[in-house]
Design a protein around this ligand. Structure first.
Ligand code: ATP
Ligand code: MG
Length: 359
């Protein structure tokens, strides 16, 4: 029987509540599909600051590296907001991404038919939307040098960051996007600002060069401002969107709102080798933490991505996704998705319904 080691990073806020549900569901599908999961709970974020005095203890990173996949819930709490940037819980997440060399962030955005009314956009605009944002995660303006703040002689202060990409950084994320487009509908849109930025022209040149190896993929380029507009005008035109770190951050939050709630969106972060990191797009939601109010579905869908991409257990992944669709079709909703005629459930009760749907 296949057996996998999963590092569980429950983290902060609603993290432990939604992790508990994901674990129960994963144990159930593992049993149903005849494989074994060994869970290893490790602290990260504020949880790790309390226990070890730092947001990413070496023991947590080592456990992640030694596992087959990492499932993370959420990081961060308001009580740490006044700490220096490097000591805050969130810096643990950046260090984890860097430590596992997770350069490719995959954010699928698919409209669940039962939630078509939960979106702020009209049903005829969003019905059938099924797109994937492939965001570069370890380069670009977030990491480029030089950066900082300097005092000028005229008494002003100047702040600056640098957007840099090397050809190899573009090539490796472009390859991920082309490969995924090939597995999906074969349509790839690369987003840049090549009319203004030199770094974007390099990006576009490298993507064009790679297109030669993918004659079956229909490649187009779009300026980021137009892409932001097209996402709410006609989102069905997109299959795979390839973006740099900053543009992907912005566009994927915009795309997220097509679905109705941030509590629905999973993500995967992958490197060239080693385990992937799977986590919901939402944060630790401190305003509802510990009250059994959170929507656990993004976490459950992240667990499904882990099964499919990280462990190649496609049937088990599909079973989890089907359970999510089934509970929504039955009208069960957590508070963030509540609508007329639906049944409002607590986080834990949603977990019970998901288990029932799996059986
Ligand atoms: P981060 O910086 O970690 O991304 P954030 O400050 O951007 O965090 P979130 O923690 O994602 O924000 O919360 C934003 C809002 O969405 C909050 O009102 C929160 O309660 C709500 N929210 C987030 N996740 C969920 C969820 N799973 N279920 C219900 N509501 C959620
Ligand atoms: Mg956020």
């Amino acid at each position: 029987m296949a057996s996998y080691r999963i590092t569980l990073l429950a983290g902060d806020g609603i993290g432990p509540e939604i992790t508990a549900i994901a674990v129960k569901l994963l144990e159930r599908v593992a049993q149903q599909f005849n494989f074994q999961l060994d869970f290893d709970h490790q602290p990260v974020g504020g949880d790790a600051i309390e226990k070890f005095g730092e947001p990413l203890p070496a023991s947590t990173l080592a456990a992640c590296k030694a596992s087959d996949a990492v499932l993370l819930a959420a990081i961060g709490a308001p009580k740490y907001d006044n700490l220096p940037r490097q000591q805050r819980p969130e810096s643990g997440l950046l260090a984890l991404r860097a430590g596992l060399d997770l350069f490719a962030n995959l954010r699928p955005v698919a409209i669940v038919p039962a939630l078509i009314d939960a979106s702020s956009l009209r049903p005829e605009v969003i019905s059938g939307v099924d797109l994937l944002v492939v965001r570069e995660l370890t380069g670009g303006i977030y990491f480029g040098q030089p950066k900082g703040r300097v005092q000028l002689e005229n008494g002003e202060e100047r702040g600056f960051n640098t957007m840099t990409y090397s050809s190899s950084e573009v090539d490796r994320i472009a390859k991920v996007a082309f490969d995924l487009a090939r597995q999906r509908r074969g349509v790839l849109c690369s987003v840049d600002k090549a009319n203004v930025l030199d770094v974007s022209q390099l990006w576009r040149d490298r993507v064009n060069e790679m297109a030669g190896a993918y004659p079956d993929v229909n490649l187009s380029h779009m300026y980021v401002d137009n892409a932001a507009m097209q996402l709410v005008r006609q989102p069905r035109q997109f299959d795979v969107l390839l973006t740099s770190n900053l543009f992907g951050d912005i566009l994927s939050d915009e795309a997220a709102m097509l679905t109705g709630s941030i509590g629905m969106l999973p993500s995967a972060s992958l490197g060239s080798s080693g385990p992937g990191l799977f986590e919901p797009v939402h944060g630790s939601a401190p305003d509802i933490a510990g009250q059994d109010l959170a929507n656990p579905l993004a976490m459950v869908l992240s667990a499904a991505m882990m099964l499919r991409i990280g462990l190649k257990q496609d049937a088990a992944a599909l079973a989890l996704e089907n359970a999510v669709s089934a509970v929504l079709e039955q009208g069960f909703r957590t508070g963030d998705l509540m609508a007329d005629g639906c049944t409002k459930l607590a986080c834990s009760a949603m977990g019970e319904e998901l288990l029932r749907a799996l059986a």
